[in-house]
Design a protein around this ligand. Structure first.
Ligand SMILES: [Zn+2]
Length: 468
């Protein structure tokens, strides 16, 4: 395999996976000689993304582990179009993959590659989807999966990792710290590296989403992608460019990257025309894109700038609203990060940036069933305030406090102000009366922390959430 540094253009030829350039520490890119590929190009008629094997890093087909990933539907969102005043909004529904996210493409390629090199264990720091996908494919391949997850991880994704038998290690508040832990503790050649930003094959697998879009509806004017570590938006751009380069399409789309306004280092860099800088903090409901230090940030920026697109952020409130509208109008229950794309379309069409006739494709990266707010969703849109509703909100408050000492107003903000501040204080009082949290006062402010009993109740409640 041949890898190229996108920054200093140095080449590396190796059979094992290498992550970063030894000279400039930039994430490496898998390198193709397109003139050679062009002559042997053929797409096989298999029911998975392996259709594009001739445009993927070579893995001996005998080691191929597939659960039927890829070939996901792409359809016109007719009702959403009329709500948003558009005519040509399409959804590429990646939640229809085997473990309900776009990461299954990467998991299939990585686990097959690990198996072909005779690895017995794979390690990945993940804030959810990639960990869940790898756990499933490792189960199928009988390879041990060790997944490092931060405390803030979507409960549905954690459930998937558990049921697929992953060895789960909790480390850090956000995935940034989990990644550092992997680099410190698993820096040896006996485990296969599968963390996003540290394995160039991930981008190769994900670029097939772009190939499928071109085959399904041609090249859109705009492609909108949620942005966490930046790998996805770059992957799709690479895919579109390759099809163009190979003469399989005749134009390129503009790429739009969306982040949450509470954590948007790539948007900041785009707006300032500068390099990506680490965000100091962030607390979005869209956990799949909660990344403070995006490893593929520069690649994401290059994709957005080169394509003539934009990077923008949307509020958590707009993301939550978009999730509801997408479900109500299209029957698609998408994870919060995916819904940021819908919130972005709304914002950009209202501002006149997107016009009515333009072909816009949103990538729905994963299913809402993976969300941490599953319980709240169960009851949140009901007119009756029932037990599950109250339990849902308490669970969210308790979980937020379990992440570290906090105060009422900050909690209210984290809940996207979806309830009244008064209601938050009411819940805090009730939780304190029950001995699940305790408060300390300083600087005229009451700070809340979780008690040992609170931790027990939280874990029991989260277990229960699966049953409701
Ligand atoms: Zn370099």
């Amino acid at each position: 395999m041949k890898f190229k540094c996108p920054k200093c253009s140095r080449f590396y030829v190796t059979e094992r996976v290498i992550s970063l350039c030894e000279e400039c520490y930039s994430p490496l890119i898998y390198f193709y000689d397109y003139s050679k590929i062009r002559d042997n190009l053929s797409f096989t008629d298999v029911d998975s993304f392996w259709r594009y094997a001739s445009l993927l890093p070579h893995v001996n087909p005998d080691f191929r582990i597939s659960l039927g990933e890829g070939k996901t539907p792409l359809f016109k969102a007719s009702r959403l179009n009329s709500v948003l005043g558009l005519n040509n909004l399409f959804l590429k529904d990646e939640s229809r993959n085997p473990t309900n996210s776009f990461r299954d493409r990467a998991a299939s390629l990585l686990v097959s590659h690990a198996l072909s090199l005779n690895f017995k264990e794979l390690v990945c720091a993940s804030n959810g989807n990639l960990g869940a996908a790898l756990a499933a494919y490792c189960a199928r391949a009988n390879v041990k999966s060790t997944i490092i997850v931060p405390k803030r991880v979507d409960i549905g994704k954690l459930a998937q990792m558990k049921i697929y038998g992953a060895n789960i290690i909790y480390n850090g508040e956000t995935v940034d710290e989990s990644i550092r832990f992997v680099l410190e503790k698993f820096n040896n050649e006996n485990v296969y590296p599968a963390t996003s930003g540290f394995n160039p094959l991930i981008i190769e697998a994900q670029k097939t989403i772009a190939y499928e879009i071109v085959e399904q509806i041609g090249v859109p004017d705009y492609v909108i992608v949620p942005v966490g570590d930046g790998g996805s938006v770059y992957s799709l751009w690479k895919g579109f460019k390759e099809f163009h380069e190979l003469g399989l399409s005749f134009k390129l789309p503009k790429m739009i990257g969306v982040q949450s306004s509470t954590c948007s280092p790539i948007v900041h860099a785009f707006e300032k025309g500068a390099q990506v800088e680490k965000a100091s903090s962030g607390s979005t409901i869209a956990l799949a894109i909660l990344v403070l230090e995006p490893l593929n940030g520069e690649l994401a920026l290059s994709a957005i700038r080169e394509s003539g697109g934009v990077a923008l952020s949307v509020s958590d409130k707009d993301i939550a609203e978009a999730q509801r509208i997408l479900a109500l109008e299209e029957g698609v229950y998408a994870e919060t990060a995916s819904c940021a794309t819908i919130a972005a379309v709304k914002k950009l069409s209202e501002s006149g940036f997107l016009s009515k006739e333009e072909n816009i494709t949103c990538v729905i990266t994963g299913s809402g069933l993976k969300d941490q707010y599953l319980l709240a969703a169960l009851s949140g849109f009901s007119k009756n305030i029932n037990l599950a509703d109250k339990v849902g909100l308490k669970l969210r408050i308790l979980r937020l406090i379990s992440l570290g000492e906090t105060y009422g107003y900050s909690l209210w903000n984290s809940l996207s102000k979806s309830v009244s501040l008064q209601a938050v204080y009411q819940h805090l009082n009730e939780l304190e009366e029950r001995g699940l949290i305790f408060s300390t006062e300083r600087d005229n402010r009451k700070y809340y922390s979780i008690t040992a009993r609170g931790v027990k109740v939280l874990s029991a409640l989260e277990e229960l959430a699966f049953l409701l």
